[in-house]
Structure formats: C-alpha cells, structure tokens
Design a binder for this molecule. Structure first.
Ligand SMILES: C[S@@+](CC[C@H](N)C(=O)[O-])C[C@H]1O[C@@H](n2cnc3c(N)ncnc32)[C@H](O)[C@@H]1O
Length: 213
C-alpha cells in the first residue's frame, strides 16, 4: 500500500464500504440510466478508477476487459463479490490512480464515479487517465462537486470540509472537478450538471459527462 494513500484506515475503511453498500440501491436508481447508457456501450480494455464495492460492474457489457483500481483493501471483498454476481472477470489492481501501470494510449475507455473528490491529486489522476487512453478514447465520470461560490451551500461545503474529509477518507466537499476536467487537455469535454436526490445535502451538486481524448 502506497504511503500517499490516506484512506486505508481499518475502521473508516470498513465503515465506508458498508455505507456505500447500504446506499447502493438508491444510487442505482438515481444514476443507473446514465451509467447504463455510457458504461454499457464500452468495449475493449476499460479501466475503472476507485471501483469501491464494484457498484458499476452490473453495467459492463459482455466481452469487455475491466481493470479496476481500488487501493482501499476494505472494499475488496464486496468488489470481488460484485464481480462474481455479475459474471464479470475483473483484474483488481491496488495501485493509486495517480500512477496507472499502462503504456501511453493502451486503454480504450476509463470510468470513475464519485472518485475525483477523494484522490489526493486529481489533476495528476486526470492527466494519467488522458495519457493511457488511446486517441478518441472516452473517460466517463459522475462526481459531486463544489457549489457555486458565494452560495450558502458552498459556505457549508467549505466549513464541513475538514471533518467530512476525515470521516470519508479524503473526500472533498468542494472540489471544482468540472473545471479540472475542462482544463486537462481533452479534445472534447461534455458535462451535465444535476442535483442528487439521494446523497447528503452537502454533496448534492453533481456532474456527469464524458471527456474524449
Ligand atoms: C466514494 S468511493 C466511490 C466508490 C465507487 N466508485 C462508487 O461509485 O460507489 C471513492 C473511492 O475512490 C477510491 N480512491 C480514493 N483515492 C484513490 C486513488 N488515489 N486511486 C484510486 N482510487 C482511489 C477510494 O478507495 C474509494 O473506493
């Protein structure tokens, strides 16, 4: 386990895996159609970053090669169980997403949901995803993001950042992830904004989209 990954605490790691499992059905209801549309159309070698409990495995079409990066060992049992349940052969890698062990242009597509809030260096992770994608390769994401500056919600996100980040193992309430993606050098970035009806109030501003290399 790399020393730069702060989220391998045995208590919080297990708690977060349990919590994600508890809300899995709600997240499927809210985000399932968008995930099915994008993940369901992927082919070839796909990397999923921060796969967690394997919540997205049900959406992959047959024949796709899925390489899942998940550095938190307390997620691994549920992740493997999800792969079995959905009949998906998943190669699990424990490396941090800031250093992907693929050659340049070796990957057809990338997926991450609710991850860029938590990685220690999101700029580096996005740059790594862009590096390993082949030209024209797609990076599908769903992320909770910072509310507009000056709003009450943004002030709450700023105030709650410290305790939230501690409990949820590095998760930032107020990252401007959409801007990071737009400034990362992809040839095209499509982003839709929506308000989650299932997540806690402080993280309801969300984005869903695709960045194409
Ligand atoms: C909130 S969970 C989301 C899990 C899953 N993607 C989902 O939608 O339920 C965030 C995940 O990102 C992972 N993560 C955090 N930092 C990471 C990093 N540097 N590299 C890869 N995964 C990371 C965590 O271990 C955790 O599983």
């Amino acid at each position: 386990m790399s020393a730069e990954i702060p989220h391998a605490n045995p208590i919080r790691g297990r708690f977060n895996s349990w919590l994600l499992a508890k809300y899995e059905d709600d997240l499927h209801e809210e985000m399932g159609p968008r995930k099915a549309e994008h993940i369901g159309s992927l082919a070839g070698t796909v990397i999923e970053i921060g796969a967690g409990n394997g919540v997205n495995f049900r959406y992959y079409p047959p024949g796709v090669r899925v390489v899942a990066y998940e550095p938190n060992p307390y997620m691994h049992d549920r992740l493997r169980a999800s792969a079995r349940t959905h009949g998906l052969e998943v190669e699990l890698r424990t490396a941090s997403a800031e250093r992907l062990d693929f050659e340049d242009g070796a990957v057809d597509a990338a997926v991450c949901t609710l991850v860029l809030c938590s990685v220690p260096d999101p700029v580096r992770m996005i740059s790594e995803v862009r590096r390993v994608l082949k030209p024209g390769g797609r990076f599908f994401f769903i992320e909770h993001v910072a509310a507009e500056r000056g709003t009450f919600l943004r002030r709450m996100q700023d105030v709650l950042l410290g305790p939230w980040r501690y409990v949820f193992e590095g998760c930032h309430t107020n990252r401007e992830t959409g801007t990071l993606l737009e400034e990362a050098g992809f040839s095209r970035v499509e982003i839709d904004r929506f308000t989650s009806e299932t997540m806690p109030p402080v993280v309801v501003p969300q984005i869903v989209g695709v960045a194409t290399k």
